[in-house]
Ligand binder design. Sequence first.
Ligand code: F6R
Length: 610
Amino acid sequence: MCGIMGYVGPREAAPILVDGLRRLEYRGYDSAGVAVCDGRHLVVRKAEGKLARLSEMLDVDPVPGSSGIGHTRWATHGAPSDHNAHPHTDPSGEIAVVHNGIIENFLALKEELLAAGATFTSETDSEVLAHLVAQEYDGDLLEATRRAVARAKGAYALVVTSSREPGRIVAVRMISPLVVGLGKGEVFLASDIPAILHHTRDIMVVDNGEIVDVTADGAHLQTIDGRPVQRDLLQITWDAAQAERGGYPHFMLKEIHEQPQAVTETLTGRLLDGEPETVVLDDVHFPPGFARALDRIWVTACGTALHAGLVAKEVFEGLLRVPVEVAYAHELRYRDPLIGPGSLTVAISQSGETADTLAAAYLAKERGSRLLAVTNVVGSTLSRTADDLLYTRAGPEIAVASTKAYMTMLVGEYLLALVLGRERGTLDATAAAALVAGLRTLPRVVEETLAREEDIKALAAGFNGHDHVYFIGRGLDYAVAMEGSLKMKEISYIHSEAMPAGELKHGTLALVTEGTPVVVVLTQTAVYDKTISALQEVKARRAFTVAVAYDDDTEIAKHADRVVRIPRVPDLLAPVPAIVPLQLLAYHVAAARGHDIDQPRNLAKSVTVE
Ligand code: F6R
């Protein structure tokens, strides 16, 4: 998992590459580098650490040249270091590569190359690719790259350049994402669209198993076995400023505040005026009778997306009366699950590139299940693998900790439940209209919740001196607790656990002592009293209790030390406003600790390796 860039055109390449890498840093940030060709020589500059180090290096000692490749790394093979940083070159220094992903047979290839006398300067799998391309090179970089990748196994994207053919870059996609941006007399390559959006809106998505030959005049796409490919250009309408911080100290806070807009986008065009019970999802086309005959829904995802899946389970089972299994994709892919043609698999992924989620999705398809993707990234691998598609439309999410993508996943799930419930006959027009009416209020409700940020900021101080935090809830509140807890641990680095409120007394209560923060989510009327009992149990151990509850809950202040209020919504929709205070809490605890919130240690935005 890394970010890769390429540029060919009339301008100086290095500043363009560094700028693109800055926008890709969310994919990894333990080292960075560029290789630039001045027409005769390739010059490589690379450094361990964040991109700023490379940038400083280039300021002091610039590399002239109008074509080049760049990389920001998240280590898989070989620790973060200067020598493991990309680009990697062949021993002659004439061929340079940047690579995202894993070469599974690199050890065998490396042994073969070593036996033939090659020497290596890094521990990476990527360096073997530079050697292979050099070995195959006979004056045509495209053909050499094609022959080299025929020997490599794995899931990766590769960008190659050579001083022997200045102004030419060749790139290959084997699963890991790659896009080409076409400008006027210049061409860009990148791992994703926001990296090059401010240069061009004409994007060509490179598909799996394709190779692209790039010069300043354009990009020619072929399958890896040499068949020409015609690909329509995607016209991207995102505002480039959307991908910038917009005045907030961190992308995460900006993205939390973008949630009302994101929810509006998710709903736009999908709820019909004059037909209060109808939802239209353009890319969801179940065959006639499919919804009625459905025997099971599988939901698969990782991390935050999995937590959105926990909400889906409650919502789908409640409204569709069908069993729902929620499975971590990294578990599901190695199980022998009872997925079959009667089932629908819903794969949820912000990026649409998470390797485990893709593998689980492929498995479900192989077993005959219909595959529906809930994803945020247009043109992502998951979106192009699925039978049905629901784009969440959260816009680019840059902070590693997911917020607006999560919320729009929830909204997408309600829309899906409405479509399926109506087709299945388990949701009558009145109930559907009530749910639609509730959905329409969500942007305002989220806005109102955000307006209470100062209260939550004040609360954050109470968490700072603690090493352990617990989040509890029942039903949908448990799903929200799981996500709140993940947010807390990933950016504040405070150990945090979530569990169903009733589970606490079966072990974890032993860890609750005087002052231990326990966050209780309390929006589900049917189990309210039961959760209050769990709250009492932790109170009895003198925990510091914070409850998330509705504005009109007059009971809760008698039980909890602090209450964070959210506007009243139907219980089914409560996860949408209830997650907001937990996102803000995690953010302000982490901010008070001075953490690198947008790029927490050891994490990366898109986990495209196993
Ligand atoms: C946490 C977070 C991760 C991702 C997970 C799946 O804030 O963002 O847990 O949710 O890596 O990523 P996607 O949704 O891209 O498949």
